[in-house]
Design a protein around this ligand. Structure first.
Ligand SMILES: NC(=O)c1ccc[n+]([C@@H]2O[C@H](COP(=O)([O-])OP(=O)(O)OC[C@H]3O[C@@H](n4cnc5c(N)ncnc54)[C@H](O)[C@@H]3O)[C@@H](O)[C@H]2O)c1
Length: 403
């Protein structure tokens, strides 16, 4: 059995109870005929947000209810307001009540936020500002972006099928440090030449590197036990420190096979032979670029989940990579799979319900194998369904069993 390391955000305390209410009206109810004395219990805050959020969250909650029933889990799922809907209701994208509710949960499942309606608001009150504030307030320093190819979606990637078929990697990106936040930074005038000068500071403290390295190692232990740390240690002092600190942390994980790669080579290897990677861990800037590159190995936005984790003292946030897709909102055209796979990540990494996570992922495979497709992943010979029907099919597949 896997045992989480001290100070690890993975495998944080286990949790408490039940299903969903509409946004902003928390209501608790019990999942199935499970004895509270014996059932595992977890509290989850649901943030359906805007655009297609309600549609994909509805589908995902039903999948979670099905998996809870199959594995005797008690899930306490309560909705809260976040994003544009929160602005309309309260004037703020992240109301204090929502933040409090998130803080007292074991995990947060977010669908998506934003939309045309709120695009012209001042930056401080826009939906996206609420999302950044949520990540900051919860201290989420690790961003996890898996890239797993689905053979059923042949042709979805811009790369050749033989290169992407079988890809199953995880990019672990440091989210709160590095050059995006380092000081000093600014745009000034060089007093000696009069030339304009812009500068940012790529800086990492040892503890920042150690904690993200630990996240990567913990995840690798739940996967293929391989970590590639990406840096630019041949040029940058900050990367030298990065490499040294990652090596120190790896000493606690003798089973993990750690190697190092320069970022330029990593970019090339990602498109040359991505199957060589299990877990890739890297800093904020390199991770920003490489995680987008990795996600495109698998094709559609509607299939891509993600997670942001902190130090384990609060909940992680699990969310699709995509936005609120206002162009198809309310039309039953959205693909709920990215949200459903985000829920699977939540089961695996926050709630430690590995069998349930496996079952949800297997259900996605089964539904794709049977030829069902939403519009974004539709191809010749397959059967087109809407968001609601796709959700029902996933529920049927979860309930039917088979891992
Ligand atoms: N984390 C978030 O909530 C998040 C992330 C990105 C963008 N946004 C916001 O979302 C809004 C729309 O942004 P955008 O159009 O640039 O990006 P988007 O991801 O919402 O949409 C891009 C394209 O992908 C399609 N798409 C996205 N998700 C899909 C799904 N699940 N199923 C089927 N098709 C899907 C959309 O229809 C659209 O054509 C903006 O307000 C933006 O700020 C939010």
């Amino acid at each position: 059995m896997w045992v989480p390391c001290p100070a690890s955000p993975i495998g944080r305390r286990s949790t408490i109870l039940f299903p969903i209410a509409s946004a902003g009206t928390p209501v608790a109810s019990t999942t199935g005929a499970v004895s509270p004395a014996t059932a595992k219990t977890h509290t989850i805050t649901l943030l359906p947000g805007d655009g297609i959020g309600d549609e994909i969250m509805d589908a995902t909650v039903k999948v979670l209810e099905a998996v809870a029933s199959r594995f005797d889990l008690n899930l306490s799922m309560t909705s809260a307001l976040m994003g544009g809907v929160a602005i309309d209701a309260t004037g703020e994208p992240l109301p204090a009540a929502t933040l409090d509710q998130c803080r007292s949960s074991d995990a947060v499942l977010l669908a998506c936020i934003g939309g045309y309606k709120w695009d012209d608001l001042p930056r401080a009150t826009r939906p996206e500002t609420g999302l950044l504030a949520l990540r900051k307030q919860l201290g989420l320093f690790a961003n996890l972006r898996p890239a797993k190819s689905f053979e059923q979606l042949e042709g979805a990637s811009s790369l050749k099928d033989e290169v992407v078929n079988g890809v199953d990697l995880m990019v672990v990106r440091e989210l709160t440090g590095g050059v995006y936040f380092g000081t000093p930074k600014g745009i000034d005038t060089d007093p000696s030449t009069g030339a304009r000068v812009g500068y940012s500071n790529m800086i990492y403290h040892d503890y920042e590197v150690q904690r993200i390295a630990r996240v990567a190692m913990d995840i690798a232990m739940k996967r293929g036990k391989g970590v590639v740390s990406v840096d630019k240690a041949n040029v940058l002092e900050v990367s030298q420190l990065w490499r040294e600190e990652v090596i120190k942390v790896a000493a606690d994980y003798p089973e993990v096979d750690l190697s190092h790669m320069y970022v330029d080579n990593a970019a090339m290897q990602l498109v040359r032979w991505p199957k060589q990677f299990d877990v890739m861990v890297t800093g904020n800037l390199f991770g920003d670029v490489l995680s987008d590159c990795a996600s495109m190995l698998v094709g559609s936005l509607g299939m891509l989940p993600s997670a942001s984790l902190g130090d384990g003292s609060g909940p992680g946030v699990f969310e699709p990579v995509h936005g609120s897709a206002p162009d198809i909102a309310g039309q039953d055209k959205a693909n709920p799979v990215a949200c459903v796979l985000s829920a699977a990540m939540m089961l695996r990494y926050a709630l430690e319900e590995t069998d349930a996570a496996d079952a949800v992922e297997a259900a996605v495979e089964a539904v794709l194998n049977a030829g069902w497709r939403t519009g974004d992943i539709m191809s010749a010979g397959k059967t087109l369904v809407g968001c609601k029907r796709m959700g029902e099919l996933l529920v049927e597949a979860v309930s039917a069993g088979g891992k």
